[in-house]
Design a binder for this molecule. Structure first.
Ligand SMILES: Cc1cc2nc3c(=O)[nH]c(=O)nc-3n(C[C@H](O)[C@H](O)[C@H](O)COP(=O)(O)O)c2cc1C
Length: 212
């Protein structure tokens, strides 16, 4: 317990961990992650959520095929266009690194030892935007995974084929999956997040007036 990082260290080092080891994750740790998800707020405290823990290689492989397809058809070309628009330099290298990591996770998606699929009662076809009452739970679970030394990534790309994927998960018609979290021990190290500075994104009283 005492080795666990403190809250703010956890916040500032919880990143998309796309390179994972295949080593199994103890069930006790998955339970703690789920407990963190359960603690999250939801609109009206409705808790219309469900958490699906997937270890079955067959289920993961079937879903990976859709995740890969969505990359080939949508995310991959999007990254390629972004890259083509960038002159050589730091920003381009950073995006290239991210793209390599995204490609890696896409290819090895099903090899993560465990997935937590975050589901919510919601109308089908609305996309991630309807997930306001599930993403707080997702973020809690990402933080909990980090706190336990596990890597994870919030992924939602499968939603491009949401209906087909949710059928593989056996979800009832009234329930949609909003995120798949592939979880495992990280291959690399946890590093600090890189984000736009507060001075760029914070305003005082009226939009456009600097806070800092
Ligand atoms: C709504 C949402 C959907 C996302 N979907 C995916 C996804 O399908 N695949 C993926 O590799 N990362 C996905 N991400 C992760 C983001 O790309 C990642 O959080 C962002 O690039 C910051 O990465 P970092 O925390 O490592 O700096 C998603 C993040 C959010 C918030």
């Amino acid at each position: 317990m005492t080795d666990e990082p403190q809250l703010f260290e956890t916040l500032f080092t919880t990143r998309a961990m796309r390179r994972l080891k295949a080593d199994p994750v103890p069930r006790a740790l998955i339970e703690r992650i789920l407990e963190a998800g359960r603690a999250a707020p939801s609109g009206g405290n409705a808790q219309a959520w469900g958490f699906l823990v997937i270890e079955d290689p067959d289920v993961k492989a079937k879903v990976q095929a859709f995740y890969q397809r969505a990359y080939d058809e949508r995310a991959g070309p999007h990254y390629a266009a972004q890259l083509a628009a960038l002159a050589p330099g730091d920003a381009r290298e950073k995006l290239q690194r991210q793209m390599r990591a995204v490609e890696h996770l896409t290819r090895h998606f099903h090899e993560a030892p465990v997935w937590i699929v975050a589901c919510l009662e919601a109308p089908r076809g609305g996309g991630p935007g309807l997930g306001a009452s599930i993403y707080p739970a997702v973020q809690n679970m990402l933080l909990a995974a980090r706190g336990l030394g596990l890597g994870a990534t919030l992924t939602s790309r499968h939603m491009l084929y949401g209906e087909a994927v949710d059928a593989i998960f056996g979800l009832p018609k009234s329930v949609c999956s909003f995120a798949i979290l592939p979880i495992g021990y990280p291959q690399g190290r946890f590093g600090p997040v890189a984000r736009r500075p507060l001075s760029e994104v914070t305003h005082r009283d009226r939009w456009g007036q600097p806070y800092f």
